[in-house]
Design a protein around this ligand. Structure first.
Ligand code: SD4
Length: 295
């Protein structure tokens, strides 16, 4: 049995269907997570990640991505990557071709170009128009976070994978918060914050307000809850309850955590609003919508 889990309704569906398609062709878990996210990055209709994503306050798309192998605890990540797709594939190249975990900004771009990635324009007429509208209505440099598009449709895809009898992986790709300050990095490329995977326990991922999720080290915390015996649902709720208690700001914007254990049980929790999570079990897709925990 192979299970994939992915965040948010529209972008997550694109990623999870492509991950499963790659699995049917014999891809490894890392191949599938990379491929699923890469296809979503190329899809300019998704505001969430990659081409056509909402840009930073300078009108430039800056990508963060990470991938982690639960078998070895090896990880690769990029942050503030501009003009290269797919960011998740650059992150995987960092994992496989360097002794490092993360490359940043211009130097991440230089690494990608040296690895054969092509310079790519990530702006589309649609995201230019959205940016111009935002400029008219807001003072550039102010953080308007995820509600800048009116409704939080998810600016990130985080994915987890499990293959029997007990191998997990996690990956995330994002353009970060819309209209963020240039150079701002969120939780998604940070191992422990945006993703974590350990074959001894399971995997977890996060999405939403990256500053709060990072301070909570949300994904690692969820995995450690499971290590101590919590189910994935209990683990995610424990992380979110702790955030609500210790980080009151996390009530203002969605901070979401989801997890899978080695038995294939999946859980999720969110501080505010709704959090849709796709699960794909050997090709069978289902969508679960988590709602904010009562406090
Ligand atoms: C970030 N966590 O950069 C990301 C944003 C996100 O759905 O997940 N949006 O803070």
């Amino acid at each position: 049995m192979t299970t994939f889990v992915a965040t948010w309704r529209e972008p997550g569906e694109v990623a999870i269907r492509n991950a499963w398609a790659r699995r049917q062709k014999g891809g490894s878990l890392l191949d599938c997570l990379e491929h699923g996210l890469a296809e979503a990055e190329w899809d300019a209709s998704l505001l969430a990640i990659g081409r056509g994503a909402l840009p930073n306050a300078d009108g430039e798309v800056e990508l963060d991505a990470s991938i982690m192998d639960g078998a070895t605890l090896e990880a690769g990540a990029v942050c503030s990557l501009r003009g290269i797709l797919p960011a998740i594939s650059v992150a995987r190249r960092v994992l496989e071709s360097t002794p490092h975990v993360m490359l940043a900004g211009d130097q991440a771009r230089r690494f990608a170009l040296a690895q054969g990635f092509e310079p790519t324009n990530l702006m589309t007429p649609e995201n230019i128009a959205r940016y111009e509208q935002w400029c008219e209505q807001n003072r550039p440099g102010m953080l308007h976070h995820v509600h800048a598009v009116g409704q939080h449709v998810g600016d990130t895809i985080t994915m987890l994978g499990l293959e029997a009898p007990g191998h997990v992986a996690a990956a995330s790709s994002t353009s970060g918060l819309p209209y963020k300050l240039p150079g701002r990095v969120g939780d998604s490329p940070i191992v422990g914050a945006g993703i974590y995977a350990d074959d001894e326990v399971g995997a977890a991922g996060a999405t939403g307000w990256g500053e709060e999720l990072w301070k909570a080290v949300a994904s690692f915390r969820a995995v450690e809850q499971m290590r101590r015996g919590a189910s994935p649902q209990e683990a995610c709720e424990a992380v979110v309850r702790q955030m609500l208690r210790r980080q009151p700001k996390s009530r203002q914007l969605a901070c979401a955590v989801f997890a899978i254990d080695l038995q294939g049980r999946v859980g999720g929790a969110v501080t505010e609003g709704e959090f849709p999570v796709w699960t794909c079990r050997d090709g069978e897709l289902s969508l679960t919508v988590h709602r904010a925990l009562e406090t």
